[in-house]
Ligand binder design. Sequence first.
Ligand code: FES
Length: 165
Amino acid sequence: MTFSPELEARFDKLMRSYPPGRERSALIPMLLYAQDETGAVTSALVAEIARRLSITPLEVDEVVSYYSMLRRKPAGKHHLQICTNVSCLVCGGRELFEHASRRLGIGNKEVTADGQFSLEEVECLGACSWAPAMMAGYDYHHQMTPEKLDRLIDSLEKKHGRDAV
Ligand code: FES
């Protein structure tokens, strides 16, 4: 499996960040960086990372299954994660998720037909003090309302010239 020179450089740096024999500690960041490039954690990617870290594909699969930010299927270009855990739930997180679902026409863990947006209901994002919280890609958005969510989606659509949903 071949990766971009930038990703190879990141892998090299990560592998050198840990003492000899402990390179497997680079597993999660390697998977995240690779996922950013490939769109999803495929079987081929699992095998390649396992080979580089001298661990078994099963050990990699176990980590991929555990962490929700690692995906087996590609997400949309803009991946929206909306928290519906307790703090966000009482502050409108459920309504926010349902609003996003209606606006985009997709359900949990689905991708819009044009591949631009995906939506996911998630557990606590660690931003309970600013509930309801959500993420668009790696960016946090706090104290969200349906109106703020609409503006966010509008701005992401404009950024990439997409027709309004
Ligand atoms: S409960 Fe939503 S960020 Fe913690």
